[in-house]
Each structure stands twice: as C-alpha cells, then as structure tokens.
Write a protein that binds this ligand. Structure first.
Ligand code: HEM
Length: 365
C-alpha cells in the first residue's frame, strides 16, 4: 500500500482526493479543517434542507457535540449490558433451530435476527415491525432505484416512532429523543435524523461484519479449530477480523475548509476528501504482512471504527455483540459447511460496505 515514492493521498477527480495510508487517515480524521457539513466549506447545500433530517454524521462543532452527547447514555457499557445479556440464550436457540433443519442461511436464520433484536430494543422499535423496518433500512443504503424511496420510508417511520414516544414512552433511545424534543434540547429534524442514522449505522454494519467474519471462518477450518480450542482468544480474534475485513470501507465524505497539506500532497480548499479505511488497515508501514489474517498481532489500533471526533460511538457495543455471536457460533461451525461454492455467492453492496447476501450452509447431525 505504501510503495516508496507513491503518495498515500491521491487526487481522484477535479475536486476530490482519496486518503489511503494509516497515518494520513488518522491525521485527516482528527483535523478540524476537514469538516462533515459541505455547506461549512461552501461546496454544497446544508444537509438540513434535504428533507431527511439532520444527524451528527453531517455536522461539526457544537451541534455535533450536542447530538453525540444525546445518544451517549444509550450506548454506555452499562446500557449495553441489558442488550448483551439476552444474546447468548437467543444465539443458542437460533443455532439449535438451524441445526434441527440441517440447512439454512446463516445470515437470515442467525446473524440478522440476533442483531435485529438488539437494535430494535435500543431504539424501541415494536417487535412486530423490526424485520420489515430493518429490510427498509438496508435498502435505503443502496445506490439504485430502491435506495431513495426506502430512505424516505425509513425517515417517515422513524419520525412517527419518535413522535409516538411522546404519548407512549418506553425505556429506549427514541423515548430519550422524544423527551429532548419536548424540552426543546433538539429540533424535529435533529431528533428524526438521529433516530434514522442510528438504525442504519447500528444494523447494516454489524450484520455485514458478522456475515464477513462467518464467511472467513467457514473458509478456514484450521483457524476455526484453533479458536474452538482457545475461546479466551476470541476478543483479539474479533479485533483482527475487524482490521482484516474493515466492514465500513470508508467514512462519510469530508470537505476541506482551507488548503490542507498531508503526506506531501496539498488538498485544496473546497475539495471532497474520501478516507479509505480498508487501505489504511492494510498499510504495510503500520501492519506487518497486512494481507495476512493473524490474531497473534494482538493489535486493536485498527481504523475499522474510524478515528477522531466522529469515531464510532457504537464500537464497544458492536464488539460485544459480535463476540457473543461468534462465541456461540464457533463450536457449531465444526459440523457446518458452505453449501454453494464461494464464487456462486451473491453480494449486497453499498457505498460503505459489502457482504454476502446469503450464506447457505449445511449442518451434519
Ligand atoms: C461492526 C460494526 C460497526 C462498524 C464497522 C462501524 C463503523 C463506523 C465508522 C467507520 C464510523 C465513522 C464514520 C465517519 O467518520 O464518517 C462510524 C460512525 C458511527 N457509528 Fe458505527 N460502526 C459499527 C457499529 C455501530 C453501532 C452498533 C452503532 C450504534 C448502535 C453505531 C453508530 C454509529 C454512529 C451514530 C456514528 C456517527 C458518529 C459521528 O458522526 O460522530 N455504529 N461507525
């Protein structure tokens, strides 16, 4: 990735640059001159006017800090305990059912329902709506003709959900947003935009990571055997899987509010900046043999959750959920195999992530 003489910051369009290396990525992601709201750099409309709300992902400074603080209690380790506590039993039940059938789809029958329940509880989405809304949430991230209508439908649903919590409060994040709305600490666009961001940021990413992790493990039986023999190593395996897979391949676009010099390249004022997290996590100047999956490197300073002020606030929860899912899955994988060749797998892709659409497996009884 970092061949001598090749800059790790490349121009990819008239006003667009991509940052590829580990250190340059950390620099740009902690540089306040690279902002998230295009209108701050004078290069586009304020996202507040797009009709789908405002979220922390597209704002900077005091507004960003205020919106982040609003979701922080719901993602604290203590609040996550309640979600994680129910996961092992749910995981066992789903895997037992899959085992009884003798075959199934590891995503639809295991990963998706497991993660769905957690994000559903976090946000206070009624159980009967969860499956339908999360399909819409996934569709909303795809850049084809289904994307825009799904994004509108999702925003409408989350707006109505937050409004409904004013009359019917629960113990969930949408209730918190409804309270903040009633108290005037947040406006409607911010409350609805935040609820919509949380469902997309929390679900698609974690399901995508676990799907890619399961595929990696299905294809490496020797690694699986090692992990089953030494389950205490699972937390560092999760870190290495996060680096190796990098489920969110890039961050939200940044915009230069002045000329920014980085890795010997000047990114001019008003440029768009894309940070390639996948490339940063495979940068040989930071990771020895970066293309080798090697849990023994025991290194959690990868950039799979970004860096700087927009660092993923759900990172801790995502790691704990992933660990619970893999702890239950790994011992069962001994009798599991992919039932189609890898080349026949179909893929779900959007601007930020990619994962197999399904993971058909057969289970020996
Ligand atoms: C494996 C799972 C996950 C991955 C790989 C991931 C990755 C990321 C990355 C790379 C960013 C930074 C984006 C940027 O700088 O523009 C981010 C931001 C964010 N993530 Fe995650 N995420 C995951 C799970 C979650 C979960 C479970 C939640 C919440 C339930 C969550 C909520 C958010 C939010 C709200 C932001 C925006 C933060 C901000 O702009 O200040 N994520 N995530």
């Amino acid at each position: 990735m970092s061949a001598p003489g090749v800059s790790r910051v490349q121009q990819i369009g008239e006003h667009a640059f991509v940052v590829l290396g580990y250190e340059p990525a950390r620099q740009i992601l902690s540089d306040r001159r690279a902002c998230n709201n295009p209108s701050t750099a004078g290069v586009g409309e304020d996202p507040a006017h797009n009709g789908r709300g405002v979220s922390m992902q597209v704002c900077d400074g005091a507004q960003h800090t205020r919106l982040r603080a609003m979701i922080a209690p719901a993602l604290s380790p203590k609040a996550s305990d309640a979600i994680i506590a129910g996961m092992p039993a749910h995981a066992e039940a789903l895997l037992a059912e899959l085992g009884e059938h003798g075959s199934g789809d590891l995503i639809e029958d295991y990963i998706a329902p497991l993660i769905r329940r957690g994000i559903g509880r976090l946000l206070g989405i009624p159980e009967d709506d969860q499956a339908r809304i999360l399909v819409i949430a996934e569709d909303s991230t795809v850049a084809d003709e289904t994307g825009a209508p799904a994004a509108d439908a999702l925003y409408d649903y989350m707006s109505a959900l937050v409004r409904s919590k004013i009359e019917h409060p629960g113990d969930d994040l949408c209730t918190e947003l409804a309270r903040a709305l009633t108290d005037g600490r947040i406006d409607e666009a911010e409350a609805f935009g935040t609820a919509t961001l949380m469902i997309i940021a929390g679900y698609d990413t974690t399901v995508g990571f676990l799907a890619m992790a399961a595929l990696t493990l299905l294809l490496t039986p020797m690694l699986r055997q090692q992990l089953v023999a030494d389950p205490d190593s699972n937390p560092i395996v999760v870190e290495e899987l996060l680096r190796f897979i990098t489920p969110t391949k890039g961050v939200w676009t940044r915009f230069a509010t002045s000329d920014i010099e980085i890795d010997g390249t000047t990114i001019p004022f008003k440029s768009q900046i894309i940070v390639d997290l996948m490339a940063a996590n495979r940068d040989s100047s930071r990771f020895d043999e970066p293309d080798v999956f090697n849990p023994a490197r025991n290194d959690d300073k990868h950039l799979a959750f970004g860096y700087g002020t927009h660092f993923c606030p759900g990172a801790n929860s995502a790691k704990r959920q992933s660990l619970a899912a893999l702890n239950a899955l790994l011992p069962r994988m001994e009798s599991m195999e992919l039932s189609v060749p890898v080349s026949e797998l179909q893929w779900h892709q959007n601007r930020f992530s990619r994962r197999p659409l399904t993971l058909p497996v057969t289970i020996q009884r």
